[in-house]
Design a protein around this ligand. Structure first.
Ligand code: ADP
Length: 262
């Protein structure tokens, strides 16, 4: 009965959310969490109501990137979890804020992660949302399978850098998604070239165009490329999404274009 009640809670939470985006990457360090937060913030800036959910128990970055941290509160009825509010259009919640002892999670095995993620999806009261953007750990593991099984209409977005090493891992991620019969919204290339802040010419530090080639090869839509941009690092240290900064920057412009594309 517990399982059935949880299934019902999950479907009543999810039916109020129009689109669920599941952001993945083949490996760590490609900028997946930055892309998650900024794509979500760009959609919020376009006027949509957006929630960000971080299902990474081991290294959640979303709260830090938004300058939101600390324990979460229950709602008025005491049961459900209230996401943290960044502004009227942007809300976020991460799994680690539910854990009393985050160090313990390192010892968690697959079934424990699966049940924690299901519980988390059922217990957060998002209300009506246009988009729920889900950040995940790098690679393809229990967390990813659980999200895809629990949210069958999730649209997956794969983040890669243009480098061959990263692309090889992305190929594995794309194969995993095909095996799991997941819907793929498309591929984003991050750290794609660097615009010199002085001469404004482009330097292709990690090459460029690999993400687009890969998308073409697999018949997936290419959603766009985000250049390497020092503003991204400044913004993340400030706890502000780069698209929320006043001044224009190459990364901000690229992200707003991608949100438009989505
Ligand atoms: P992941 O989630 O894939 O492990 P992060 O989002 O934590 O990666 O990003 C890793 C580092 O790279 C962070 O310090 C982040 O600020 C930086 N970074 C990500 N994208 C860019 C970019 N387009 N330009 C410059 N720095 C970036």
């Amino acid at each position: 009965a517990k399982q059935i009640i949880q299934d019902q809670m999950i479907s009543s939470t999810l039916e109020k959310i129009k689109y669920k985006l599941f952001i993945m990457s083949g490996k760590g360090g490609v900028g997946k969490s930055s892309v998650t937060v900024n794509v979500a913030a760009a959609l919020a800036k376009l006027g949509f109501k957006v929630g960000i959910m971080d299902v990474d128990i081991h290294g959640p970055s979303v709260p830090r990137l938004l300058g939101l941290s600390g324990q979460l509160e229950g709602d008025e009825r005491g049961g459900l979890i209230k996401p943290k509010k960044y502004d009227d259009n942007l809300y976020a919640v991460s799994m680690d804020s539910l854990l009393k002892d985050t160090d313990q999670a390192v010892l968690w095995r697959g079934p424990m992660k699966t049940s924690a993620i299901r519980q988390f999806i059922s217990d957060v009261c998002w209300g009506e949302l246009d988009f729920l953007v889900i950040d995940s750990p790098p690679g393809t593991g229990d967390e990813h399978m659980t999200v895809l099984k629990t949210i069958p209409d999730a649209l997956c977005v794969v983040v890669t850098t243009p480098q061959e090493l990263s692309l090889a891992d992305v190929r594995k991620a794309v194969n995993f998604l095909q095996y799991a019969h997941a819907s793929v919204l498309g591929v984003i290339e991050n750290m794609s070239g660097l615009v010199c802040p002085h001469c404004h010419k482009e330097i292709n530090l990690f090459k460029k165009g690999g993400g687009k080639e890969l998308a073409e090869k697999y018949g997936l839509p290419f959603l766009g490329e985000i250049p390497l941009d020092p503003t991204t690092v400044v913004a993340s240290d400030l706890g502000t999404p780069v698209v929320y900064l006043e001044e224009d920057s190459p990364a901000k412009n690229a992200l707003l274009k991608i949100a438009d594309e989505i």
